[in-house]
Design a protein around this ligand. Structure first.
Ligand SMILES: [Zn+2]
Length: 322
C-alpha cells in the first residue's frame, strides 16, 4: 500500500493534474482543456475525468489515494471547499469540494491558485525555510501570495493578497478590475502590450510591429524576450518601465510586511529572469527602507508551471496533515 495524492491546477483554459507520492514526487501528469464556455456541470465533469484518468492510468489502488488538492482562480473558501467567485470560470458559490468528495470518497482541499502557488514555492521551491514570504507572479495579470509567520495569509474572506491591485498611481490607466492605476495596469503583460502599441502608434521602430499588428491579445513572453535580447529599444524601454513600477509595488510590500524573501515568477519573469531581477534590484532602494531591505532577499521562483501542483500538495499537508 502506498500513500498517493492527486494534485490539480485548474485554470480558465486548462486543467493540469498529477499523481504524487509520499516523497512528493510527480508520478504521472494529465492535461485537459477546461472549456468554461460549456458551463458549470461540464467543467466539473472535465475535472472529474482528469482525476479518473489519473487513477486508472497510474493504477491508483482504492485505499492508496489519501486526498485531492487543487488550486483554482478566484475567491476560494479554503475552509468550506467552496468557490465563492471565479472570474474566468462558470462558478459562483459553487460547492466543488463536496461534489468531488462525493465522487471520489476522499478529502478534497482547495485554495486560490496564486496563493497555492506561493505555498508551493514556500514548501518546495525558492522560499524553502523562510517564515515571511511575498510571492509576485507577473503574467497576463499580476497575482500574489503572502506568508506571514509560516502561515498563508488570505484575509477575512479568502480574497486577500491581491498584490496586483494595489494602487501605484491614483490617476493611472484603467485596470481590468475597474479601478485606476493598479500595479497590474503598469507591469502586467496587458500593460506591456498597451505601452508597446502606444510606442508603435507614435512611430517608434520595433521588431515587434508585425506581431502586434496581427495579434489582438497580449504579447507572448517569448516574443518580448526575443526583442529585448535583440536590443530592440522600444521593447527594452517598455520592460524597464514595467519593472520600475513593479519595483515600487515590491517596495510597498517590503515596507509593510518586512519579509525575509520576495520571490518573483510568472511568464514575464521566467522569460527575462536576469533582466527583471537586475532592474528590480537596482531600483528597490528607491522604494524600500534600507533597514527593511537589508533583511530581504529578492529571488526568482523555481517551480515554474508546477508551482500550483506542488502547492496543492502543500495545502493537503497544511490542512490534513498528510
Ligand atoms: Zn486593478
Amino acid at each position: 500500500m502506498a500513500d498517493l495524492f492527486i494534485c490539480l491546477d485548474i485554470g480558465g483554459s486548462k486543467i493540469l493534474g498529477a499523481v504524487m507520492n509520499e516523497k512528493d514526487e510527480i508520478l504521472l501528469r494529465v492535461k485537459k482543456k477546461t472549456k468554461p464556455e460549456l458551463g458549470r456541470e461540464a467543467v466539473d465533469d472535465r475535472i472529474k475525468s482528469v482525476i479518473h484518468e489519473l487513477i486508472s492510468t497510474y493504477g491508483v489502488g482504492k485505499n492508496d489515494l489519501k486526498a485531492i488538492g487543487a488550486g483554482a482562480p478566484g475567491v476560494i473558501d479554503t475552509k468550506n471547499r467552496n468557490v465563492r467567485y471565479a472570474p474566468n470560470l462558470p462558478w459562483k458559490d459553487h460547492a466543488l469540494g463536496r461534489i468531488m468528495e462525493e465522487e471520489f470518497k476522499v478529502p478534497f482541499v482547495m485554495g486560490n491558485d496564486v496563493n497555492v502557488g506561493v505555498l508551493g514555492e514556500w514548501k518546495y521551491g525558492a522560499a524553502r525555510g523562510y517564515s515571511h514570504v511575498i510571492g509576485i507572479f507577473v503574467g497576463t495579470g499580476i497575482g500574489g501570495g503572502i506568508i506571514i509567520d509560516g502561515k498563508l495569509f488570505t484575509g477575512s474572506g479568502f480574497a486577500g493578497a491581491e498584490i496586483g491591485h494595489m494602487t501605484i498611481n491614483t490617476e493611472g490607466p484603467l485596470c481590468n478590475c475597474g479601478q485606476r492605476g493598479c500595479l497590474e495596469a503598469y507591469s502586467s503583460k496587458i500593460a506591456i502590450t498597451r505601452e508597446l502599441r502606444a510606442g508603435i502608434d507614435m512611430g517608434m521602430p520595433t521588431v515587434l510591429a508585425d506581431i502586434l499588428a496581427e495579434e489582438k491579445g497580449v504579447i507572448e513572453s517569448s516574443d518580448l524576450k526575443k526583442a529585448v535580447l535583440q536590443g530592440d529599444r522600444l521593447a527594452i524601454s517598455t520592460l524597464q518601465r514595467a519593472a520600475y513600477y513593479l519595483t515600487a509595488g515590491i517596495g510597498n510590500l517590503i515596507n509593510i510586511f518586512n519579509p525575509e524573501i520576495v520571490i518573483l515568477g510568472g511568464g514575464v519573469v521566467e522569460a527575462l529572469e536576469e533582466e527583471v531581477l537586475s532592474l528590480v534590484k537596482s531600483n528597490i532602494g528607491r522604494f524600500a527602507w534600507p533597514h527593511m531591505l537589508s533583511r530581504t532577499r529578492i529571488r526568482a521562483a523555481e517551480l515554474k508551471d508546477d508551482a500550483v501542483l506542488y502547492g496543492a500538495r502543500a495545502l493537503i499537508s497544511e490542512i490534513l496533515g498528510y
